[in-house]
Design a protein around this ligand. Sequence first.
Ligand code: M6R
Length: 615
Amino acid sequence: MCGIVGYLGSNGAYEILIQGLKRLEYRGYDSAGVALVNADGCLNVHKSQGKVSNLEQTAAAGDTTGHTGIAHTRWATHGEPNDINAHPHVSQSGDIALVHNGTIENYAVLKKLLSDHGFTFKSETDTEVLVQLIEYIKLTSNCTLAEAVREALLQVEGAYAIAVVERNDPDTLVVARKSSPLVIGVGDGETFIASDATPIIGYTDKVIYLENDEMAIIKRGEPLSIVSVNSNQPSKIDVQKLRLSLAQLEKGGYDTFMLKEIFEQPNTLRDCLRGRITSDNRRVVLSGVELNKEKFLEAERITLVACGTSWHAALIGKRLIQDFCQIPVEVEYASEFRYGNPVLGPKDIVISISQSGETADTLAAIEIAKEKGAFVYGVCNVVGASIPRATDSGTYIHVGPEIGVASTKAFTGQVTVLTLFALAVGQLRGTVSPEQIEEIATALKAIPATIEETLKVDAEVQKLSRIFTYAHNFLYLGRGYNYPTALEGALKLKEISYIHAEGYPAAEMKHGPIALIDHEMPSVIIAPSDSLYDKIISNVQQVKSRGGAVVAIVSKGNTAMNDIADFCIEIPEVPECLTPLVASIPLQLLAYYIAVNKGKDVDQPRNLAKSVTVE
Ligand code: M6R
């Protein structure tokens, strides 16, 4: 988490850095700060607890001049969110400033060493230790800033993306990365750096994705230099074209990014499906599968690893792959998998699912899977992120930047890609019939229009949300393909409205959670007309007979449920394996409106960050 930005050029750095921070605020908003080096040899640092808007107020009273600077938006790990712990951190002499995304694991040892050499610390952060270490090395070795940064990084254990500037040198910016992401934007006489490409759009479309263990030395008027932190040998510079537009980063007339992203889903799924189903709907074409046929033919087991919403998509993926590919599938939280000593070999395929492509636990799971010889396939949204670069092959979901912290369009994109994947592998292994492929591919191609139709429940769900705004607890129940949908609905409500909600397999409820049901505990029950519909009806009755209110998500035309449930929300009928795609829409809207009714900040809910780049 945390976002970093840097600039060196001929324009005022402050405005560029502030705008960049606003784009990165989704990565954390506990505090924000900026350090500017100006031509008079001044290093001006402004920081403030809370959002970037607070920083703007603080900085307005001070000196914001300079053509070189670094900035940070924080998601607190070491030390509470306050002004002192906010980045940039400055060395003891006040000469060096540094911003950092990641965690320095051996900071306590380094801090002790530096304290023994007379260094004192103002903050509780791990980052301050790094800037002091750089200063210590610089003073004792009489070397350049870049040399001191490299030497310090050799002593650091952990993850970092850093940017460093020095008081007397407005012409140098040093950056480096290990595990945390860093992108360099190459402009005309100016260079931008950022945790992702969003702060760079609008200035240049030429970017370099810094690789792990690389550092870049950006010097005014000189060609960019990238070297390996370990060997100090120059790296090859690979300039890529950025394919993102400014419009994709704006709210487009909606009150919030989350609402925009919910309503965008017909279009994002069109982009996700484009070119992946043949015009006769008889074949699914995924290049990641086509190019690795042998791997998929030989596969004896597939393990899906992910976190949060992506883990819910993985649970749906498990059903899809089992149904269409007849391969045993396991689903693991990436954070458990990485420490679970997984038994894997060359006939294992590990699929990592991640919207951001930067989730630390998922990245670590990929490294372990690779070490053990498994073939690793990535399902990711952010093009060029660390996860797609670490995997052997994969498929992008292509749903565009997701800025609301609560994932919506990424979830439906992930489920869509997993459906395509299961069909593609199934057709390759001959485990799915041509008729089945055609039926599902036809319905999948129509899914953008089906979701457009589903979104018409908006006003009805908004009205319903008012009845439940002040509930303290919720149960979400579903079966089969829609048990993960229930988990996802509950997570959406929890993260943006702060109402406690639990997702359960509907039939499992009678083994414990049923004790919670009373007139104050509403249940949202996902009950489309599928193979488990008759079973779920009895689960609805069990809730009703204990006084619980029921909101049922049912297929269009199902009037029978009206007699049992308190409220029914109709969704279009689709093949069973596609029901999570439509059923998740009213759940997203319900969570959204309840949170809005409660006056919550849905795009930036408390304590959360969009991409979790720490353990
Ligand atoms: O970027 P990723 O998909 O790897 O992120 C995983 C989770 O952190 C993420 O899905 C999180 O649970 C969302 N806030 C859910 O809305």
